[in-house]
Design a protein around this ligand. Structure first.
Ligand code: AMP
Length: 377
């Protein structure tokens, strides 16, 4: 008989930091959380040393870990669901490092360190891309020579899948609909942002692409842009591909437009009459409304539009700007409800044709739940 899984450690291992949370799965509660920083640059020398620190921080709790769930950036087309980190799967994962040269080595380093330190405890890989692997080709393929897909796997994969999946399940429960009958536009809006079109509980399109750079206007990423604009800038500024990558991923978006990547600062600036801040918020709201309209068409009419992430759960100002652009869908803002933050709340009026609902996401709990589900199979 399989051992019942009660305590799950969730690891989000980045290139220089490692975040962790521990869940009591019987109660469905978080019982510990922490962060190890500066891995390989002044702090612990590698991920194994970082995990030694986690074990020390957890004390007695470390001895009771039954399973470990790992956030892994990219499963490409190989992993359409979370999997046990068996030797065979780790071999397949090593081949996917090219899809996330910055994140994947750190993600896999976290798994390997756990295998060493938590001997005999099963590890599960939970992918940011998995939920989106049901996208049809018409949504996933780029209009370029198919040889780039065949040779290099260039296509849309999508990210934030764990969050989109979690809020899809939460929305179905809230709407009292079976998950395989629910149609949603899910909006994960935080420092990184993506929307997903969900038909019958499955993803049929999403705004991020081969990498998390595509789609929405984000904290430091530009989102959708004419590829020729990038080529022009590279040529004019004599940028290498790596420099262009940094420009578009780390020095663009809200940061480039306003000097801050944080929505709260930008709302504050806009309230004081700062024109760039006002423009940035309108660009953000416009692009979100544009995608919501498109995705509503793609799924044949949404049962609800869901907002989540730091901005979706909390920013009344941004939500108002988005919802005010959805009049053509018969949606009106409930101004009073929109003042509520960090909780499940219907943001649209009762007579709106499609409800807009804020639902807090919990990616770590979702990883813990998936870990239990995969190990029970
Ligand atoms: P995340 O990446 O999900 O943590 O979201 C970060 C974004 O959420 C930032 O742009 C924050 O400004 C925004 N945010 C977080 N809390 C609030 C809040 N209470 N009000 C408005 N925006 C918030």
């Amino acid at each position: 008989m399989k051992k019942a899984i009660k305590t799950v450690l969730v690891i989000n291992s980045g290139s220089s930091s490692l975040k962790y949370q521990v869940f009591d799965m019987v109660k469905g509660e978080r019982i510990a959380k922490g962060l190890v920083e500066r891995i390989g640059c002044g702090g612990p020398k590698d991920h194994t040393a970082a995990l030694d620190q986690v074990v020390a921080d957890l004390g007695e709790l470390a001895k009771g870990i039954d399973a470990i769930g790992h956030r892994v950036l990219h499963g490409a087309e190989v992993f359409k669901d979370s999997v046990k980190a068996t030797a065979a799967n780790m071999k397949k994962l090593e081949k996917l490092v090219k899809f996330g040269p910055l994140h994947m080595p750190a993600n896999l380093g976290g798994i390997k360190a756990c295998e060493k330190i938590f001997k005999g405890v099963p590890n599960v890989a939970v992918f940011d891309t998995a939920f989106h692997q049901t996208m049809p080709d018409c949504a996933a393929m780029y209009a370029i020579d198919p040889k780039y897909y065949k040779k290099m796997g260039i296509r849309k994969y999508g990210f934030h899948g764990t969050s989109h999946k979690f809020i899809t399940a939460a929305a179905a429960a809230f709407l009292k609909k079976p998950i395989d009958k629910v149609n949603l536009v899910t909006c994960h809006m935080g420092n990184g942002s993506s929307l997903a079109a969900v038909k019958n509980g499955q993803c049929v399109d999403t705004t991020m692409g081969l990498t998390p750079l595509a789609g929405m206007v984000m904290g430091t990423r530009c989102g959708d842009i004419d590829a020729a604009a990038v080529l022009s800038i590279m040529e004019a500024e004599k940028l290498t591909p790596a420099e262009a990558d940094t420009l578009l991923n780390k020095k663009s978006g809200l940061l480039a437009l306003t000097g801050s990547s944080d929505c709260r600062d930008i709302v504050g600036k806009a309230e004081k009459g700062n024109k760039q801040a006002e423009l940035a918020l309108e660009m953000l709201a416009y692009r979100t409304a544009l995608y919501i309209g498109g995705y509503n068409t793609v799924i044949g009419g949404a049962d609800a539009i869901i907002m989540t992430g730091g901005i979706g759960e909390n920013s009344s100002e941004v939500r108002e700007r988005i919802i005010n652009r959805l009049g053509a869908l018969g949606i009106k803002l409930d101004k009073k409800a929109n003042q509520k933050r960090g909780q499940v709340v219907v943001l649209s009026t009762k007579d709106s044709k499609i409800p807009v609902i804020a639902i807090p996401t919990n990616e770590e709990l979702a990883i813990a739940q998936d870990t239990v589900r995969v190990l029970a199979q």
